[in-house]
Design a protein around this ligand. Structure first.
Ligand SMILES: C[S@@+](CC[C@H](N)C(=O)[O-])C[C@H]1O[C@@H](n2cnc3c(N)ncnc32)[C@H](O)[C@@H]1O
Length: 310
């Protein structure tokens, strides 16, 4: 079968996505429903459906109805992409593939044993989607427990965190370098009387020392040309008893991803961040990797909590 340049590039594009490769490999080994593929891969259900539709259009996947569910499998015929896929498939070997196959085997076993959805994911439920049970809902529930006082959110972006915590704080000040993001934040928080925004650089904040009870530095250090100074500036804002919360990427080597998101450094290791916090006179409560992304290149997130003791 011959391809035009447009067909070749379309096919290469189709096979250049890690999620689509994972789905294809799974469907080669067994027939699975969208719900099962979602459960195995941890991808959002809507993404699984979109990928399957594209793979089906390229003749790489087929489906049949089984009761109310549609069951998907790798296409057996000689579709347009089959030869290229077969070539690539023979060379593929990755830890993620083996993990997916193990999970698929469990899901198929659970299907046979008649377990409920929750029973089938017992011990690793955080990896799986179920309707409404997301981190956002969990965050809203936990935030009800907080009483935050005066809060500073450094590099606040378009105000997602400010919106989440505003009702639990006496006041919140959001700081960001970008006028465009601040405009979006002001729009998001319009009508919130205890919220203010300010344009400033995290390396030189325009506030006197010790004005806040809680300071957040969330996903900001990747944008700091001098992260140690940014941490010291954040610490300077704390009054006695005040707490600094940092979420930051662990040190990594993925320069391409860094460039795609305009990061200006390759993350910071927990030990280094811990040293910087202590050097500011703070007591370190926690500073460690708390999560690891499930898709390549598996970025890790550090969360740190440090206190200015009285
Ligand atoms: C990934 S966003 C994080 C937004 C927010 N903290 C959150 O977690 O949703 C990074 C933010 O840092 C801001 N930023 C970049 N350089 C900055 C600087 N030197 N000072 C203050 N903000 C900065 C960007 O404008 C952007 O809003």
């Amino acid at each position: 079968m011959k391809f035009s340049i447009a067909q070749s590039t379309e096919l290469c594009r189709l096979l250049s996505d890690p999620s689509r490769l994972r789905l294809l490999l799974l469907l080669e080994a067994q027939e699975l429903s969208v719900a099962e593929l979602t459960e195995i891969t941890g991808l959002a259900q809507s993404r699984v459906s979109t990928h399957l539709a594209r793979l089906k259009r390229a003749g790489l996947v087929q489906h049949r109805r089984s009761g109310t569910a549609a069951m998907y499998a790798a296409a057996s015929g000689a579709g347009r992409g089959q030869e290229l896929w077969t070539l690539l498939r023979e060379q593929l070997d990755d830890a993620q593939i083996r993990l997916d196959q193990e999970r698929a085997a469990e899901v198929v076993r659970a299907r046979k044993r008649g377990l409920s959805w929750a029973e089938s994911v017992a011990g690793r439920m955080e990896l799986y989607y179920s309707p409404g049970r997301g981190w956002e809902a969990t965050a809203h529930a936990l935030i009800g427990l907080l009483d935050l006082g005066e809060v500073l959110d450094i590099a606040c972006g378009d105000g997602v965190l400010v919106e989440l915590i505003a009702e639990r704080a006496r006041s919140v000040v959001g700081v960001d370098l970008s006028a465009k993001l601040l405009a979006a934040a002001r729009k998001r928080l319009r009508g919130a009387a205890n919220v203010a925004f300010c344009q400033a650089d995290m390396h030189a904040l325009p506030f006197a020392d010790g004005g806040f009870d809680q300071v957040f530095l969330m996903h900001a250090l990747s944008y700091a040309r001098d992260p140690k100074t940014a941490v010291a500036e954040a610490a300077r804002q704390l009054r006695r008893g005040g707490r600094l919360v940092v979420a930051a990427l662990n040190a990594h080597r993925h320069r391409a991803a860094m460039e795609a998101y305009d990061h200006v450094n390759l993350g910071v290791a927990p030990d280094t961040l811990g040293k910087w916090l202590k050097a500011c006179g703070l007591r370190l409560v926690q500073c460690r990797v708390t999560s690891r992304e499930r898709r390549p290149p598996y970025f890790e997130v550090i969360t740190a909590l440090a206190v200015r003791e009285g």
